[in-house]
Design a protein around this ligand. Sequence first.
Ligand code: ACO
Length: 434
Amino acid sequence: MKNKNFAKLSINNKTYNLPIYKASEGNDVIDIAKLFAESGHFTYDPGFTSTASCQSKITYIDGDKGILRYRGYDIEELAKNSDFIEVTNLLIYGDLPNKKQLSKYYKLISNHTMVHEQLLKFFNGFRRDAHPMAMMVGVMGALSSFYQDSLDINDPHQRMTASRRIIAKASSIGAMAYKYSIGQPFVQPNNKLSYSENFLNMCFSVPAEEYKISKVIANAMDVIFILHADHEQNASTSTVRLAGSSGANPFACIAAGVASLWGPAHGGANQAALEMLKTIGHKKNISKYIKKAKDKNDTFRLMGFGHRVYKNYDPRAKILKQTCKKVLNHIGIKNDPVLEVAIELEKIALKDKYFIDKKLYPNVDFYSGIILRAIGFPPEMFTVIFAIARSAGWTAHWHEMIEDPVQKIGRPRQLYSGNKKTKYGVRRSTKNTR
Ligand code: ACO
């Protein structure tokens, strides 16, 4: 990072020169790493709205223009021309593979699609009504007890093996969580199939009947996986990086990412968005819910709307709106009331002053749930599918973090606002039995 410019910060009449680093695209950053040592002050930025936590070459987002690129490639081009495994290779290695490299990479990933037999027993310990994300968090973390030959984070070969295992097994574990929840037998992976076809087969085939994989559905699945594969320093990716910064093993780090993704403000929003659309139920009820979303005293928000970074239409939502139409058309769903509500809700919200002023547009979660539901997944599986896709981005960031020469354990500071030194017993709370 070369810098020629400095920002000047004045505290109590003393001026500090803070280096400014130029981004290859997008926002430059001010380096405050030495500020505490030199001035005794921390910076304060809840939710990291102005803080770059690392340097990264993986994904670029321009939230104002609605641009998303992996390693310099526009998301629209990747969704149109690539499949998920090629995109995974791109995210991890930095450029698109040639044909030979891609076919080798396919083999390397598919070598790891099966899970240890002992791991299957884990599922019996879960309640049948457990959320599949609960199983996903637990089983992903448990991989570290089975694959002890890829836990040494200082060995590049072990790191690569671990990341291939994570990407390959994420879809097997996700499919197993689904099968367990509906009481059907697990379906073993079939390495002759593509990643998306294999996932669909593991979820929907049964021993008693043949399952025909539709090209249109498999392609839609690839698009969904590609669009969710990475999104720079979001909450779950930052969680993976933070967990990894202490030297924790890769499976434990990814399990932490899965947990972080589960929240309704992040990956859980796709389930919440579909449930909201179903609750609205009909176009005639939309105005009531728009009113609720705008009411400061109401906790209701339009799920699948708004984004920390995008202050324009999320490019992923644009692609998914088209994919959604293709899938419903292919399945023969002519008038889907949920899609009708979604399209009308989007139309009304985009003309509403509240949403215009706050720059709230549909995000990736707005249409993905409608597609996944049409394919046959229950809402509980939506975030699992997101987690399977994001395992590619998480591992790419985990590699980058470990290989970064300035990497150190992540340890944010705080603005302490609690009690000053207090003598024991002087003060007793009356509220501590809540
Ligand atoms: N509906 C109604 N109002 C909203 C919405 C929404 N979906 N999103 C934001 N706002 C309002 C807030 O009330 C706030 O208003 P104020 O300035 O008057 O207080 C303002 O817009 C800014 O919102 P913040 O919550 O401060 O923005 P932030 O960047 O922290 O949050 C977030 C972004 C979490 C995505 C938010 O827009 C939201 O909760 N959306 C719904 C959940 C969702 O769809 N999440 C998926 C995100 S994409 C992903 O993770 C893959």
